[in-house]
Design a protein around this ligand. Structure first.
Ligand SMILES: CC(C)(COP(=O)(O)OP(=O)(O)OC[C@H]1O[C@@H](n2cnc3c(N)ncnc32)[C@H](O)[C@@H]1OP(=O)(O)O)[C@@H](O)C(=O)NCCC(=O)NCCS
Length: 170
């Protein structure tokens, strides 16, 4: 396979330039889709922690990240990650996470969180990338920090997975 380019999404212009491609890729990957507004939304840390992957001028992957405060710590979060169906299992998703984590370390954070729906069936992918489920006693404070306490029932019904990774200091 030819060159894959991983590019930081560090301005609103990059999102605007690829907006249609983001929306199409998202549609092919998720049941509940992000629209223009979701992609363009201003979120803390977004332009430090988001990346796209290009193959022969085609958008083949993206990761949108952000940061928030949890237990008085600044924590990085993966808001959305996707690889186009015909480029899966070529390490693009893991490389996007690798780029993201490099930046997370650079910003002196060492915890990364992710939420995903059980239907997506991506536990293997996150295990491979060093993530593990949050401990039961961490769930409530996490949901409060994210202002999502209403999702507690989804978590209890095993529909929502909340995982984290603690990065090792280099
Ligand atoms: C999850 C996703 C980003 C992985 O992207 P990718 O570029 O294929 O990732 P990688 O090539 O780095 O890793 C793939 C590994 O994860 C595993 N994997 C990924 N998706 C999987 C799935 N749906 N079912 C089972 N295993 C899966 C594969 O076993 C593979 O492991 P291997 O390399 O040991 O064979 C991609 O499958 C995707 O876009 N899925 C739809 C969107 C989604 O679910 N996003 C995550 C929720 S926010």
């Amino acid at each position: 396979m030819g060159d894959l380019n991983y590019i930081p999404i560090d301005t609103q212009d990059i999102i605007s330039n690829y907006l249609e491609a983001f929306i199409q890729l998202d549609k092919s990957c998720f049941e509940e889709n992000w629209n223009e507004e979701n992609f363009l939304k201003q979120v803390s840390g977004k332009f430090n922690l988001s990346f796209l992957c290009i193959h022969q001028r085609e958008l083949v992957g993206f990761l949108f990240g952000s940061y928030y405060a949890w237990n008085k710590q600044k924590v990085a979060h993966i808001n959305r990650i996707a690889t186009s169906t015909n480029h899966r299992n070529k390490n693009i998703g893991s490389k996007l996470i690798w780029n993201f984590e490099k930046k997370v370390r650079h910003l002196a954070m060492d915890i990364v969180t992710i939420e995903f729906n059980s239907r997506l069936n991506v536990s293997e992918f996150y295990i491979k990338n060093g993530f593990m489920p949050l401990k039961t006693n961490e769930i409530k404070s996490y949901l409060i920090a994210k202002q999502k306490l209403d999702k507690l029932e989804l978590f209890k019904s095993f529909e929502l997975n909340i995982w984290k990774k603690t990065l090792k200091r280099c």
